[in-house]
Design a protein around this ligand. Structure first.
Ligand code: 4AD
Ligand code: MG
Length: 462
């Protein structure tokens, strides 16, 4: 049998072909006198391929009963299209109905709300919008690897199950095989996790950073790219409980070098998608966010503004704008503050650095002022924080002091402290939220709509 062509390949053909085979799902079908026109889509491209089924086909009666959602295989001739809007179409010599559909198929031609489509997350990739989102997601993941591989970074698979709380925020999903009805107890009545599966407490990782640091202190430039999990009860459009994070870690690198790489990565990814997913970006610009293309180009064209946290707080306080949350030195910037800085004030992406040590995790390097740590966040219009990172505390004494200040027991982090005992080096890294980056390049305003099957508080269907 001749190999099947994807719809994308068929549409890109340079010459007519006598015998082609295509497969996919019926988007729409309409009848004319002696023909049935079928729009066939297989997800390889935003565009569909028009198939013409003539009434001479032996199963023409069945073809006339085909409805949206059915799967078919077609053998026929690829010919220049008579109709407008497409270059090629297929005249069917043979049309096999692989899987029928019926009128209860929920994805009909009329527009559906994102909320409704979330309820049919198993079918929504068959829509133009979600097909496009997930093709861009795939391309963006490839571009992430390309960026780091081109620059000599080594890809490290950090563990999903871990014993440490990297961010120290206590937002951990516990992994256990203990029988909830009859758990083993310690002498004082607590659940005895020493008798759990791994002979200790374990959790789904919130970040691959600590393990990436170990590898950076051997392979110099590394990155992880994998799923991370946070049991935070934030019901916002930018938080998910399972999301993917890209975390480079670089030995012999300081905060400035770290900010350089983060800013370069964000620009590289935007440029890659602009070049390689033009049809999808055009669709988003038309139907999702009219300002998208201008905003992407805006970020590509401008250098990132860098300011310290202290300067950011002064700007926010001086501008007199009434925020929902007040701005005070020593508190976290809220997303409304971040967005004001990037959207209203600087009108460009902004990298904020040197945050007060009290509001940042234990691993960040203490600055000479004794008050701030070498943290940095990259803020972009429409999203706010897209990257969070820092130079790490490479001095053993300082790191142990940080841990105690955060109520952590250095004895629990022996392996991590060893990295400072044996050949310690200045090193730095960051985490880029993959879904936030996707929201940025697609203009899709809700994180639930850029991840195949979203996990959010109260919701883990599919
Ligand atoms: O700022 P965060 O918490 O930093 C870390 O986890 C560091 N260990 C990274 C590092 O230095 N290696 O998270 C990094 C990024 C955020 O800027 C944001 O883009 C994304 O991860 N992120 C989330 N994305 C979706 N849902 C959530 N709940 C997220 N929490 C963080
Ligand atoms: Mg952060």
């Amino acid at each position: 049998m001749i190999p099947a062509l994807s719809v994308k390949e068929a549409l890109a053909s340079s010459a007519p072909r006598d015998d082609v085979r295509v497969q996919g799902w019926v988007r729409t079908r309409r009848d004319s006198k002696a023909f049935s026109f079928i729009e066939l889509n297989d997800g390889s491209s935003l565009r569909s391929l028009q198939v013409i089924a003539q009434d001479s086909l032996p199963n023409y009666l069945d073809v006339q009963r085909l409805v949206t959602g059915a799967s078919v295989e077609v053998r026929g001739k690829l010919v220049p299209s008579q109709g407008k809007g497409q270059t090629w179409e297929v005249i069917a010599d043979e049309l096999t109905i692989v899987g029928p559909s019926d009128d209860s198929y929920p994805l009909q031609k009329k527009g559906h709300t994102p909320e409704f489509l979330r309820e049919i997350a198993h079918l929504r990739p068959r829509s133009n919008l979600f097909g496009s989102v997930f093709r861009v997601r795939s391309r963006l993941a490839f571009a992430v690897h390309q960026f780091f591989q081109e620059r000599g970074f080594v890809y490290v698979h950090t563990p999903i199950i871990t014993g440490s709380d990297c961010e120290g925020a206590g937002e951990l999903f516990r992994i256990t095989t203990i029988d909830a009805k009859n758990p083993p107890r310690t002498g004082d009545g607590e659940i005895d996790y020493a008798r759990d599966f791994f002979a200790r407490s374990t959790f789904l990782t919130v970040s691959g950073q600590l393990e990436a640091e170990a590898f950076a202190c051997a392979l110099s430039k590394v990155y992880t790219f994998g799923p991370t999990f946070r049991a935070e009860n934030s019901n916002t459009s930018r938080h998910a409980n399972e999301f993917w994070m890209i975390e480079p870690e670089m030995a012999f690198c300081d905060l400035n070098g770290n900010m350089d790489v983060a800013e370069e990565l964000v620009k590289y990814l935007i440029r890659d998608v602009r070049v390689n997913c033009p049809e999808e970006i055009e669709l988003f610009g038309k139907f999702v966010d009219k300002g998208l293309i201008a905003r992407l180009d805006f970020v590509l064209d401008r250098p990132f503004q860098r300011i310290s946290y202290t300067e950011a707080v002064e700007l926010l306080r001086a501008n007199g704008q009434s925020f929902e949350f007040p701005v005070e030195y020593g508190t976290n910037l809220q997303s409304e503050h971040e967005r004001w800085l990037t959207e209203k004030h600087f009108k460009c992406p902004v990298t904020v650095f040197n945050y007060p040590k009290e509001i940042k995790p234990f691993y960040m390097r203490l600055n000479d002022d004794g008050k701030t740590v070498t943290a940095m966040d990259v803020l972009v219009p429409g999203i706010g924080e897209i990257v969070g990172g820092s130079q790490r505390e490479e001095r053993l004494d300082g790191l142990e002091a940080n841990m105690r200040r955060h109520g952590l027991d250095p004895a629990d982090y022996k392996w991590y402290l060893d990295l400072r005992r044996y050949g310690t080096v200045p090193h730095a890294g960051f985490g880029l939220g993959f879904e936030r980056m996707l929201m940025f390049v697609t203009g899709v305003p809700n994180i639930r709509d850029v991840i195949p099957f979203a996990r959010t508080p109260g919701s883990a269907e599919f």
